[in-house]
Structure formats: C-alpha cells, structure tokens
Design a protein around this ligand. Structure first.
Ligand SMILES: Cc1ncc(COP(=O)(O)O)c(C=O)c1O
Length: 391
C-alpha cells in the first residue's frame, strides 16, 4: 500500500476549518501553516469513500434511525480490536463525541454537582461542565521524567467532591496511553467514592503499534464509553459518533436528554460507521496509518530536539498531537500567539485553554505531510535566530 500520510491532499478551498478557517476566522494569510485543529491532511480509507458514494447514489436521504448494522459494527469492532464484549443494544448514536459527553453530564448530574477532569485536557472538557453549571474539580496531571502521569492523591481528593469523572483515554494533549495499572487504580477510586466514569476514547484506535490501549469497559462493565471512527479514519466532519452505556437507567436518562436536543444520525453516519468497523480493507488501512503516525512522531520529536533544544516535547504514545513547552522563550500566551502567527507564521493550538499548566505550551498537529513539518521547524529556527540579532 502507498504511504497514506505522504500523499498530497490540498484542503484549501474545501471549507476546511483547519485550512480555510485561518483566513475566515482569524484573517490570516494563506502562507501561515495550519498545525492546529485535530483532523489530518489525508483522504479517508477508500473503503469508506466507496461506501459513502454508494449510499449517495441511492438518492434516499430522509430522516434516519441509528442503524442496527451500525450498532452491530461497534460491537464487532470492540470484540476484534479491544477484546471487549459490547451489547449492541447498549450503543447509542451521538452527533459528535463532545455532544455525547455534554448530554451524559446533563443527564447524570445536577446543577452544582462536581465533575472531575485532569488538566491539561481538551478544552471542551471544562467548557461543557461549566456551561452546564456543574463545578469542575481538577486533578492535574504531573510531569514525571519524560512523560505525564496521573496524580492519584489529587484524583482522590477531587473524586470525594464529585459525581462524575471525564477521563480522556488516550489523553489529548499529552499523548499518554494509560496503562492497565493506572486505569485499574482510577476505577478503584471511582468505586470507593461512588463516581460515574465516562471515558472519551476518540483517539484509542490511533494508539501506536508499539503501545497497547486498554478499553476501560474491558476492566469495568459499568463505565460509559464515548467514541467514534472520526479520528482514526479522519471523518470528523461526518459527526458519526456513539455512546456505549450498559447501565439501563443511565441510558434511559441519556436518551431523554438526546431527544430534548433532537439528536439523530444522517444516513452517511450509519454508512461510515459500518464501513470503518466492518470492511477489512479499512482495518488494514488504519493499521498502516498507525504505523506511519508513530514513525512521523519519532521523526518529529527527533528533529525538534535536534533543531530546537530550547523547546521541550515528549514522544506521544498515540494519535497526531505533540504537546510542546515554549517556557524558555519567556513569552506570555498573548505574546507567543502574536509571535507564532505574525513572525514565525505557523498556527498551533495555544496551551492555556487546556488548563493553567498549559500556559507555556502549544499543541502541534503533525498529521500532515513531512515537508510541512520540516518547514514549520525551519521557520521556528529562523525566527528564534532572528530574535537574537541585535536590533
Ligand atoms: C479527546 C477528544 N474528544 C473529543 C473530540 C472532538 O470530538 P467531536 O468532534 O466528535 O465532538 C476531540 C477532538 O479533537 C478530542 O481530542
């Protein structure tokens, strides 16, 4: 199979948030390199495109149920890929993972209840909790040697005050794939303090071949999982996601909230889930992509350490996001934003919205062609050197 990541896909002019959003939302010229929002610059697996084209050719686009084939596809995927038995009747459609998390928090907690998160974490985690007038209890991750780890004391302290825990597994932005031990300890604390655990596993299927993701519902049949083929197969714009909720009473409450918000799938969401999770060609494509992403991460971290020793980053264990510490440059978040966009001319995701500890960080999306990454590094090197010249 030809390389997936290194094939050219020009997304300019496709209404892509990542590429066209720079000009439309931020008034930036098209020479700024977009290395931010979490989708990647490749076509999806041919098996998925073909299935969608076949669905489009039917001309039938009426209101659509979540298909039983899609529910069974999720079940079969978890059995094959995650060694976990899922009852297809427990799989609900969700029009995105963030809407799924939001509907779960709305359904299973009350205004003023506590919800635990582990910052730095994908910003909608705190935004959705505060947006629903629930209280955030943060148990920040800690940096230990060359990786981030959970702080179990902080986690227990937060859980004592909370009703629900939003786990990010694998973790965006720090790139950790949690070990079975870490997950077991987390579950033990949650059981001790009667906390509902909701695991966002949207990046799970992009875990690198040298790592092993443990689906949380393999360790505890009571947890709620929210996931999608969206990151793995790069189809985020289809909003084809799902919630796996084995607890009947909770599932009923989640469905009530989903009905209130008029959640329903498009015909293409059903088709995409079935093709991604049941066509063996899609599975082979995904395994190649995972291997290519690991190789790309390895290359990028090596180049960063060599060319930009003033910045710090660790090898991620999954997906295509690199969490980079710019502390030594001594810039405030606002100064760094201006410097990156106007001087360096690259666009990264600023770290502060991920939590206080993110204020010296930026997140780089490396799911693009290698020339673009090389060019981004070159621009950083050049600007840092230029800044050192006497004015
Ligand atoms: C951890 C995590 N959850 C959810 C999402 C977004 O999911 P969706 O677009 O399906 O709401 C992302 C996207 O980057 C993510 O990293």
């Amino acid at each position: 199979m030809k390389s997936i990541l290194h094939q050219t896909l020009d997304r300019h002019g496709t209404d892509s948030v990542k590429w066209d959003g720079l000009e439309r939302w931020f008034r930036l010229k098209s020479d700024v390199l977009p290395l931010w929002v979490a989708d990647i610059d490749i076509r999806t697996a041919p098996a998925i495109s073909e299935a969608l084209a076949a669905r489009a050719s039917t001309g039938e686009f009426g209101y659509t149920l979540f298909s039983q084939d899609a529910q069974r596809a999720v079940r079969s995927w978890y059995g094959r890929r995650h060694d976990t038995e899922v009852d297809s009747n427990h799989v609900l459609f969700s029009n995105g993972v963030v809407p799924g998390l939001t509907h779960i928090v709305e359904a299973l907690t009350e205004v003023g209840d506590g919800v635990v998160i582990q910052s730095p974490v994908y910003p909608p985690f705190h935004e959705l909790v505060t947006g629903l007038q629930r209280d955030v209890f943060d148990a920040p991750l800690i940096q230990v040697a060359d990786r981030f780890e959970m702080d179990f004391d902080a986690l227990e302290e937060a859980m004592v005050q909370a009703k629900l825990f939003l786990l990010c597994s694998p973790h965006n932005p720090v790139g950790r794939v949690w070990s079975e031990d870490e997950l077991k300890r987390t579950l033990e604390l949650a059981r001790r303090h009667d906390v509902i655990v909701v695991s966002d596993e949207i990046h799970a299927d992009l875990t690198f071949p040298t790592q092993g993701h443990v689906a949380l519902n393999r360790l505890d049949s009571n947890v709620i999982t929210v996931s999608a083929p969206s990151k793995a197969f790069n189809i985020a714009g289809l909003f084809a996601s799902y919630i796996i909720c084995p607890n009947d009473a909770w599932r009923k409450r989640i469905i009530q909230v989903q009905n209130k918000h008029h959640v329903s799938p498009t015909p293409f969401a059903n088709t995409a889930i079935v093709a991604a999770y049941t066509d063996p060609r899609a599975e082979r494509w995904l395994d190649q992509l995972r291997a290519e992403l690991e190789e790309q991460a390895d290359y990028l971290v090596g180049r960063m350490n060599e060319a930009l020793p003033q910045l710090t980053c660790f090898m991620p264990e999954a997906s295509y996001l690199l969490w980079i510490d710019f502390a030594t440059l001594g810039l405030s978040p606002d100064e760094r934003k201006k410097w990156l966009q106007q001087d360096v001319r690259i666009f990264l995701s600023p770290g502060l919205p991920f939590g206080e500890s993110g204020q010296t960080f930026e997140r780089m999306n490396f799911g693009t062609r290698r020339e673009i990454l090389d060019e981004a590094i070159e621009r950083l090197v050049r600007q840092i050197a230029a800044d050192k010249q006497p004015q």
